[in-house]
Design a protein around this ligand. Structure first.
Ligand SMILES: Cc1cc2nc3c(=O)[nH]c(=O)nc-3n(C[C@H](O)[C@H](O)[C@H](O)COP(=O)(O)OP(=O)(O)OC[C@H]3O[C@@H](n4cnc5c(N)ncnc54)[C@H](O)[C@@H]3O)c2cc1C
Length: 408
């Protein structure tokens, strides 16, 4: 076992860190205040090669892998601990990879180079108003009509809506729809690459709106409404009625990157807490770090961050063995435990990191000037559900360790 990053991986981290320190960190507070990642910053992130990292270069990707993506997303979240930019980045890596792997050639060429260069977005639109956890219960319908499908339904809490529809030249999502009977559950779901905006052109019958969220304001969260929207059959990803399985693969990969985002934000919070505590002096001019009540929670947090980080990196390496190296004998399913376990550990650690930071800072952390609340609200999005509720992660882990037939 070798826990070291290779020299190339270390160089990659250093170059990404240096770039983000200059181009992203100085703007994270303004982005959260102004509810927008400026389009120029998105373009620059694309030019730096931070999108479509695991997608081969012939499709406009970076020809990298899942571990490099994980390392990149961690750094992005460290530079913008409100995690808006990390969300944009991780979606634009996980879902383009699924399109690359299972999509139609023409559609891949239409979407992926735009995403890789920072001119486009390809996210995930699965959640519906009746409940995001029940993906197999998807109600949005796609009805076949010759070479077309007609889509009707609603998706909610979708990331990247304003960016897709108003900021970039291409806005698109991996979306899932019911093509089988309502009783068919996960066996009657098909996946599509849906383009909501191409150079300002919006499909007839499609509408979007932006929700008023409490945090991670840099990236928008919105609703997509489909009213008999026509989509050509070439946009079907994989086979009809097999979309659920592709969505699950995408979720597993995305959860690794989500976990990396939470590690990056947690690292930022720990560093802020240490810095503050070293300089806060009282009781005969002692730094508060001299009290174990302050230093021990920081020590415990450092241990949790390191443990969670190792789990996340391990998950990324397994994803590489499955999806990039295509090691015989390994299946996408083998990632389930590690991806879900990573999300449990990292999200709960990042929440604790912000709690520890706030307790260490005391009342100052409760003022808007401290900006700590921006990070806390960002990571809370993952605690309440984004990219799968924590209970669902526990369900996946339980099913993997106990056996599918024992965990219903
Ligand atoms: C900021 C933000 C951005 C998001 N971005 C996207 C996006 O880009 N694309 C997208 O498709 N979705 C997105 N989501 C939605 C996200 O995927 C859902 O929040 C998630 O799937 C949970 O669904 P829900 O919120 O409807 O909660 P529900 O499914 O209604 O669940 C509510 C509660 O019940 C629990 N629960 C439900 N079923 C079970 C069960 N079987 N066992 C135990 N507990 C259960 C859950 O753990 C949760 O605590 C986003 C969410 C947020 C907050």
């Amino acid at each position: 076992m070798d826990f070291r990053l290779s020299e190339d991986e270390q160089l990659f981290v250093e170059s990404v860190r240096e770039f983000l320190a200059k181009e992203l960190s100085p703007h994270w507070i303004t982005m959260d205040e102004q509810h927008r990642i400026p389009t120029e910053i998105i373009h620059k992130l694309g030019e730096q090669g931070l999108f479509a990292i695991p997608v081969p270069e012939e499709y406009g990707g970076q020809g990298g892998n899942m571990l490099l993506t994980t390392l990149a997303v961690e750094e992005v979240a460290y530079a913008d601990p409100a995690v808006a930019t990390a969300v944009f980045t991780l979606l634009n890596n996980a879902w383009p990879f699924i399109l690359y792997k299972y999509g139609n050639e023409e559609v891949k060429q239409e979407i992926l180079p735009k995403v890789g260069s920072g001119q486009g977005f390809f996210g995930i639109a699965s959640t519906e108003p009746h409940g995001g956890s029940d993906v197999a219960g998807t109600r949005t319908r796609a009805v076949k009509d010759g070479d077309l499908y007609r889509i009707t339904g609603e998706k909610i809490y979708i990331s990247g809506v304003r960016e897709s529809m108003e900021q970039l030249s291409l806005g698109s999502w991996f979306t899932i729809t019911r093509t089988g009977t309502p009783e068919s559950r996960h066996r009657g779901i098909s996946a599509f690459a849906f383009i909501g905006n191409k150079d300002g052109k919006v499909p007839e019958g499609f509408r979007y709106s932006i929700l008023n969220t409490v945090g991670r304001h840099g990236i928008s969260t919105g609703m997509l409404e489909f009213n008999d929207v026509e989509i050509h059959k070439k946009y079907l990803i994989g086979e009809e009625n097999k979309g659920f399985y592709l969505a699950m693969q995408g979720f597993s990969i995305a959860r690794i990157f989500v976990s990396a985002a939470n590690i990056g934000a947690a690292r930022w919070a720990l560093e802020q807490a240490i810095e503050y505590a070293r300089n806060r002096r009282m009781f005969d001019d002692r730094p508060i770090t001299s009290f174990q009540g302050v230093s021990f929670p920081l020590a415990e947090l450092a241990v949790k961050i390191e443990s969670a980080k190792l789990l996340v990196y391990k998950a990324a390496q397994i994803a590489d063995r499955i999806f990039i190296e295509q090691e015989p004998g390994l299946r996408p399913h083998d990632l389930n435990f590690y991806a879900a376990a990573s999300k449990i550990a990292s999200v709960e650690t990042s929440k604790e990191a912000f709690e520890t930071l706030m307790k260490t800072m005391g009342a100052y952390s409760y003022t808007k000037e401290a900006h700590v609340y921006r990070g806390l609200l960002g990571v809370l999005s993952y605690l309440v559900g984004a990219e799968g509720a924590q209970n669902i992660m526990r369900y996946i882990v339980a099913r993997e360790i106990i056996g599918r037939e024992y965990v219903k």
